[in-house]
Design a protein around this ligand. Structure first.
Ligand code: GCU
Length: 684
């Protein structure tokens, strides 16, 4: 399924293969290779013996116990690492891939490396057996590559089985109980390993009553999930409630400085590790959107996070403490409160106070996963804290998996952003920390029990791209897409593969920018229907307590976040961005309305006025969707009919929705501004 149809293993499966090594993940490699060989006529040995005529050797490098190959590995060891430490070590997940005397060789120092190396061979297809294959070490840039599932065990009255889930039910839970669907879970583990993801969180950050008990009497279900995913190198994390000592432990308080509370967490955590020795750690949403937290006891977030860190430390676990903290009950009349400022105001002063095994998990932007936001200033403000960057694969604000929106280019832009200007590091460097030991990259998962995993078959690419970017943030989004097309679609294409490839690229490459064009303009955000967040509603959030306003009036639009006349948010950035964003003239067009309130006739760098930009992009966005739909029609017959139908049906909805967006946005701003479209197009 998805990017591992059996046919993706054709090249590997039609050859003699030697697998050397012992261990759970080596068994996984052996199992994968055996199945492929059974299907495509290859042969597999589990070495020793060594003297076999293999085309592919997948071997653990144990003290030179691999004849011939050992000597070669020493020589090849001189080639530079693609990623990771420059010391030449392969680490727990790295591998060396080379061609040695007509044999393709994957060497690793630990079983996970062998598994990742095998999937690399699958990805390369025939090219893996080409004598020109360059010898290279591969190591992930980030040690932590995690998907957070916002899955509920019970069906929650507001958020359902999966909060912000658009692909059916949960893979783990159904109607209040574990699903025990091991076959599906194992398939999921394979997909994750093949793109490089090595951890998941099995429940929603909003931890309700039933889900709180996953930590205690329902721990068996978590252990079962961990057991099914373990052979694919995927570790399990749990979202926990800060109030657990009260709601589960019967204590009168959850005060982080209370000894009874500390003892409760220590004991609960010990029991978790007794059941799940490789358990990853906890995720906590505290004092955020009504969740319990340390504020109730007059303590701060460092006190709260360190409490859990202390319980996890003896077992090697981490607590991921979310920085998504803001006032969700603000008065819209209050112009002094700015939601964008909140995370930095709360957390930057705490830099240096967190224990070593605390990771502060920061949403990539200061507001909330909008299709365009500046990068969060928190990511440049806490050099003494391990920071994880949180992305959203589930398309809450990017079309809810009814619209095509390939997020690779957006994430790549975020990861390559240099918050201190050209001389400083990137956001990917922040997530990597020293030698990969930083907080890593996290995405909110976009999968469910839908037969296509992600409801929109093309949304699978976002999951794939997340894993690949977490492994190597410098990968080019178009190349990742190409890999995904190669693995997913071409092995099963029923028509000309190159046409399929071209069509996919034409539809997806620029689809995030297309989405941006027909929705909210110039970084303003949140013009969505309140609650479910699908479709346009320009004033839907304008007079609400959520802090997401655009301030459009008859003269202009946008939020003044400058130091000179606004909320001062620009001052949370280091130079040069503090200056660039402060200046109307220098601020990038795509973020203008995030930082400035400007007249409709303000002229952008593009040479167009703001109002004309709004009209032009909304007309263009709809035309681009119409073109996507035409292109997709042309590959009917070249891809599986069920997939074709599903995508076609979604493109119809995307087109309908894009027209709705265009007409509401254009009409709204025409009525506010009274400025007609320079091209006289129809505005209602
Ligand atoms: C968004 C989303 C919520 C989610 C929250 C979070 O606000 O709409 O469903 O709980 O983010 O990240 O905690």
């Amino acid at each position: 399924a998805a990017w591992l149809p059996p046919a993706a293993f054709r090249e590997l499966g039609s050859r003699p293969v030697l697998v050397h090594g012992e261990g759970l993940l080596v068994d996984t490699v052996l199992d994968e290779v055996s199945r492929a060989c059974a299907r495509y006529g290859g042969r597999v040995w589990h070495g020793p013996p060594w003297q076999v005529d293999a085309d592919l050797v997948l071997a653990l490098r144990e003290a030179g116990r691999v004849p011939n190959v050992a000597a070669e590995s020493a020589r090849l060891g001189a080639t530079p690492a693609v990623n990771g430490a420059g010391d030449g070590a392969l680490g727990d997940e790295g591998y060396l891939l080379a061609r040695v005397d007509g044999v393709t060789v994957v060497l690793a120092d630990a079983p996970a490396g062998l598994l990742y190396g095998m999937f690399h061979v699958v990805r390369l297809g025939a090219a893996a057996f080409d004598d020109e294959l360059p010898a290279r070490r591969h190591r992930p840039a980030l040690d932590r590559r995690i998907l957070d599932h916002w899955d509920n065990v019970d069906i929650h009255p507001v958020s359902g089985q999966i909060e912000r889930g658009y692909a059916g039910g949960s893979l783990f839970w159904r109607d209040g109980a574990a699903r025990h669907d091991h076959a599906r879970l194992r398939d999921y583990g394979r997909l994750l390993a093949a793109c490089g993801v090595n951890a998941i969180t099995v429940n929603n950050v909003n931890v309700h009553d039933t889900e709180a008990r996953l930590l205690t009497d329902r721990l068996g279900d978590v252990a079962e999930t961990a057991q099914v995913l373990r052979p694919y190198g995927v570790r399990v994390h749990l979202s926990v409630s800060f109030a657990a000592p009260v709601v589960l432990g019967g204590l009168p308080t959850a005060d982080p400085l209370d000894d009874r509370v500390r003892a409760w967490w220590a004991a609960a955590t010990r029991r978790v590790y007794q059941r799940i020795p490789d358990f990853g750690g906890y995720v906590v949403k505290a004092d955020s959107e009504g969740r319990p937290g340390p504020f109730a006891y007059g303590r701060d977030h460092a006190d709260g996070a360190n409490l859990l860190a202390e319980a996890l430390a003896p077992h090697g676990g981490v607590v991921r403490w979310r920085a998504f903290v803001y006032d969700h009950r603000q008065d819209w009349r209050d112009r002094s409160t700015d939601r964008a400022r909140a995370a930095h105001d709360h957390f930057a002063p705490l830099d240096g106070r967190f224990d070593d095994n605390v990771i502060l998990q920061v949403k990539f932007g200061p507001i909330d996963f909008q299709p365009r936001e500046p990068v969060s200033p928190v990511l440049a403000a806490m050099p003494a804290t391990r920071l994880a960057v949180e992305l959203q694969a589930t398309q809450e604000y990017t079309g809810q998996q009814r619209h095509v929106c390939y997020l690779g280019p957006w994430w790549s832009e975020v990861l390559r952003f240099r918050p201190r200007g050209e001389a400083g590091g990137t956001i990917a460097d922040v997530a990597a920390g020293r030698a990969g030991a930083g907080g890593g990259l996290v995405a909110v998962a976009n999968v469910g029990d839908d037969p296509f995993w992600t409801a929109h078959p093309l949304a699978q690419a976002n999951l794939y791209a997340f894993g690949r970017l977490a492994w190597d943030p410098l990968l080019v989004p178009g190349a990742i897409l190409d890999e995904w097309i190669d693995l997913t679609w071409l092995p099963v294409a029923t028509g000309d593969p190159e046409t399929v490839r071209r069509t996919m690229h034409a539809i997806m490459d620029d689809s995030w920018r297309t989405y941006e064009r027909y929705t909210a303009p110039l970084g303003v955000g949140f013009m969505v229907r309140p609650g479910h967040h699908y479709g346009p509603d320009v004033d839907g959030y304008e007079y609400t307590p959520w802090g997401t306003y655009h301030f459009a009036d008859r003269d202009g639009v946008g939020v003044d976040r400058t130091r000179a006349t606004g909320t001062g948010f620009t001052g949370q950035y280091p130079p040069p961005w503090s200056e660039v964003y402060e200046s109307r003239e220098r601020c990038p067009d795509e973020l203008l309305l995030f930082f400035h309130h400007v007249p409709y006739r303000h002229v952008l760098h593009s040479g167009r006025t703001v109002i004309q930009h709004i009209y032009d992009t909304h007309f263009a966005g709809v035309e681009e969707v119409a073109a996507m739909r035409e292109r997709w029609r042309l590959v009917a017959g070249a891809v599986d009919p069920a997939v074709h139908d599903r995508v076609a049906e979604r493109l119809d909805e995307q087109f309908r929705s894009a027209v709705e967006w265009r007409d509401q946005i254009n009409t709204y701003f025409f009525r506010k501004s009274g400025v007609p479209d320079a091209h006289g197009r129809r505005i209602h």
